[in-house]
Ligand binder design. Structure first.
Ligand code: TXA
Ligand code: MG
Length: 382
């Protein structure tokens, strides 16, 4: 299949007419949202939704999020809208909050992976909203990556994964938030976060008074089955091995340096994904050891890393990649998936990631990074 690529230059949205019609007619269209790129199909058309699972290589028991452009459409999709749901809608829609509610018969079972509930959100991106409005249908859209890979935050990531598999890719530039929406189960007594995201527990609590995390999110031994089916699958995984390191700043830096030096000796390509504030600490001035200091030190922006394709030369066996300021977890969220994909592009075999505090959006960042690491976290005692 030929994939048509459409670049939208805000505020001119006229080019959306063609993909919107395709969407209405059962074809697949990738589009930007404020969180990550989505892979859209008409949510009420079982055949169209089925083709999402095929294009993504996604297990069919993993339900999709239905995207709407007008809050009033929610009435048609769910059996009841309780006052708490209305409060959350007016506080956070459009925005990165997905709510799970009892579905009506008009939502096909294939859209909800066989569940009686449906996940719905109204995205905060003018291109997404206009596309949905023009299509005239609610749009089921998972992240537009092949199943298991990091979610796409740039149109080129979508092209990498989906070219030739879908009808349209709409390029609307980089996604602002960078991690997927918060999935909040509103079917029980207490609102329950099934997947942490752009809307934090603190923000939800302020609006409805109470919120809890699904037990699987705090279960250190991975024995509790997650309520969001998607959370049980390996996810966000680049080809390289991800190692998350948590502890006191100086212990983390030292541990990573020691291990990266071993890699260097053995010719293993590594990347150190670190806070901008810590870049200098991985220089040989401090460790006295990296003999390829210059290349490590110079690769301190993602832009420069693009030039380091020749990472197979010994000079460029290691890269230090800043994910953003430790004081700006939002910046880290918007960079993290892009960095994991960059590591793949560079053929990195080991990716050391400095942990950040699980507060605010940091909770979502660490959820994704720990999943990319397959749950492996080095916890250095303090
Ligand atoms: O930000 C986002 O949410 C992005 C953009 C494109 O909107 N979409 C996204 O979709 O991340 P996806 O399919 O990659 O993740 C949907 C998550 C999965 O973990 C899925 O299991 C969960 O939401 N989910 C969907 N419907 C559900 C339901 N009825 N009950 C429980 N979990 C549900
Ligand atoms: Mg996804």
């Amino acid at each position: 299949m030929e994939t048509k690529y459409i670049k939208i230059e805000w505020p001119d949205l006229t080019l959306l007419a063609e993909p919107a019609e395709a969407l209405r007619n059962g074809r697949l269209v990738a589009f930007p949202t404020e969180t990550v790129y989505g892979l859209g199909a008409n949510a009420l058309d079982s055949t169209a939704v089925q083709s999402i699972y095929i294009a993504k290589g996604r297990p069919s028991d993993n339900p999709l999020i239905v995207h709407i452009a007008d809050p009033a459409i929610l009435d048609t999709l769910v059996t009841e809208i309780r006052p708490a749901v209305r409060k959350l809608m007016s506080a956070f829609w459009p925005g990165p909050l997905t709510m799970v509610l009892e579905k009506t018969a008009c939502v096909p079972m294939v859209t909800t992976g066989g569940l009686d509930t449906v996940a719905v959100r109204m995205p905060d991106n003018p291109i997404a909203l206009e596309l949905i409005k023009k299509s005239g249908v609610p749009v089921a859209a998972p992240s537009a990556n092949r199943s298991g890979k990091p979610s796409p935050t740039l149109a080129e990531h979508v092209t990498e994964d989906m070219n030739g598999r879908i009808a349209y890719i709409i390029d609307g530039g980089p996604c602002r938030v960078g991690v997927e929406s918060t999935v909040l189960d509103m079917t029980g007594e207490i609102p329950t976060i099934l997947r942490p995201g752009g809307i934090t527990p603190e923000m939800i609590e302020q609006v409805v008074g109470c919120v809890q995390l699904d037990r699987s999110l705090t279960d250190k031994h991975n024995v509790v089955k997650p309520k969001a089916p998607g959370m049980k699958y390996t996810h966000y995984a680049p080809k390289g091995e991800v190692i998350v390191v948590s502890g006191q700043e100086k212990d983390v830096v030292q541990w990573i340096c020691e291990h990266a030096l071993q890699d260097q000796k053995m010719g293993i390509r590594f990347a150190i994904v670190t806070a901008t504030e810590h870049i200098q600490r991985y220089s040989s001035d401090k460790t006295g050891n990296f003999d390829n200091l210059d290349s490590i030190h110079n690769m301190n922006t993602i832009g420069k890393i693009n030039k380091m394709d020749s990472i197979n030369s010994i000079d460029s066996i290691g890269a230090v990649i800043p994910y953003g300021s430790i004081h700006q977890p939002e910046e880290i969220a918007s960079n993290i998936f892009k960095i994991l994909r960059e590591c793949d592009r560079m053929g990195v075999e080991k990716i050391y990631v400095e942990a950040i505090a699980k507060e605010g959006i940091g909770l979502a960042v660490m959820n994704r990074v720990e999943k990319a690491a397959g749950g492996k976290v080095i916890q250095l005692n303090t």
